[in-house]
Ligand binder design. Structure first.
Ligand SMILES: C[S@@+](CC[C@H](N)C(=O)[O-])C[C@H]1O[C@@H](n2cnc3c(N)ncnc32)[C@H](O)[C@@H]1O
Length: 318
């Protein structure tokens, strides 16, 4: 590891590079969008392997961009960095006069940098302020959500985004606690969750706070709304034989990706039509059926990779 380099293991790195290879090799030039450049692990491998590519690196987190800029300094002339939310991809590309890209990579969720920086409040196992913003220039924090939202909204968020069956009890206890004081720390939220979950259920599986923390983080960063918006937009930016890869870390994200990929890889032919007209043919294909997961060795080396689901599509017609 180089000096000043944050320790970080990019998830399914070799697989991502292999999946993008047919779209990038044997070409004079190609543009790749890394929509979640984070600490630059995937970007570095792609820039190293494909000397002819230009990479557009996006992240909504200024500190991640700072780190990846430093890490990728030797490739500076081939990268454009953008501090942006990834639903800006079409705008950024048209601003650069780019009409199609050969590869797009989404490595969703939080980075090691965000999880390990205690001050940012993403971790349920450490005491920290209730922040959870990926972009610290935004105003909505976890503390705002927990102290200002109604019981009904908190229940819905924890139930839907956290897939938490005790959402009602957790929301009720949040309201009760904030009746006496403002909620300020992650440790307090974790305690409220723990106390809201019946002991037999608490003994099952992982830390009971995980699901509620995920839910609040999704709300703070509007993660699912943005993802739903961006996937079809990004698909439209892929040029012929170009590929898009998405790695999701929880089932709600993966469902959005799976649905969007299914929509563009199915024929639009009306039922009963004896022949498939060219305008009804699918313009994309799934590179493989379903989703892929890391192997045992990767999960052992990098436990954070355990929940990843990788999907990929390729444009086959314009
Ligand atoms: C798992 S990390 C990416 C790690 C990266 N592939 C690497 O190898 O270092 C995800 C990154 O996506 C960023 N991110 C998440 N949602 C985003 C969004 N809607 N727009 C832009 N960046 C986003 C996060 O700030 C985080 O830095």
């Amino acid at each position: 590891m180089k000096k000043n380099q944050v320790q970080h293991l990019p998830v399914m790195l070799d697989r991502c590079v292999a999946l993008l290879t047919p779209a990038l090799e044997n070409r004079q030039e190609a543009v790749v969008v890394d929509a979640t450049i984070g600490l630059g692990g995937h970007a570095e491998a792609l820039l190293e392997k494909f000397p002819h590519i230009r990479l557009i690196g996006i992240d909504r987190d200024e500190s991640a961009l700072e780190k990846s800029r430093e890490r990728l300094s030797q490739f500076a002339s081939r990268i454009n960095f953008f501090h942006a939310v990834y639903d800006q991809i079409p705008t950024l590309l048209s601003g650069m006069g780019i009409h199609g890209v050969a590869g797009i990579l989404f490595d969703l969720g939080v980075s090691s940098l965000q999880l390990d920086d205690l001050e940012r409040g993403f971790s349920y196992s450490k005491e920290a302020p209730l922040d959870m913003r990926m972009d610290r220039s935004r105003s909505l924090t976890a503390a705002n959500v927990l102290n200002d939202y109604s019981q009904e909204d908190l229940t819905r968020i924890i139930k839907v985004f956290g897939e938490e069956r005790f959402a009602n009890r957790i929301a009720k206890n949040i309201i009760k606690a904030r009746g006496t004081h403002k909620l300020e720390s992650t440790a307090e939220l974790a305690e409220i969750v723990k106390a809201s979950i019946p002991a037999p259920a608490r003994r099952l599986g992982r830390n009971p706070a995980k699901r509620t923390f995920q839910a609040i983080r999704i709300e703070v960063n509007q993660e699912l709304e943005i993802l739903k918006r961006v996937i079809p937009q990004a698909i439209d930016c892929i040029e012929l034989h170009g590929r898009m890869i998405v790695m999701s870390f929880q089932s709600l994200e993966d469902r959005i990706v799976k649905q969007a990929f299914a929509d563009v890889t199915k024929s639009k032919s009306p039922v009963g039509l004896p022949i498939e007209l060219i305008e009804h043919k699918a313009k994309f294909r799934l590179v493989f059926n379903g989703s892929e997961t890391p192997d045992e060795l990767e999960i052992t080396r990098n436990p954070r990779s355990q929940s990843v689901r990788l999907r990929a599509i390729e444009r086959i017609a314009i």
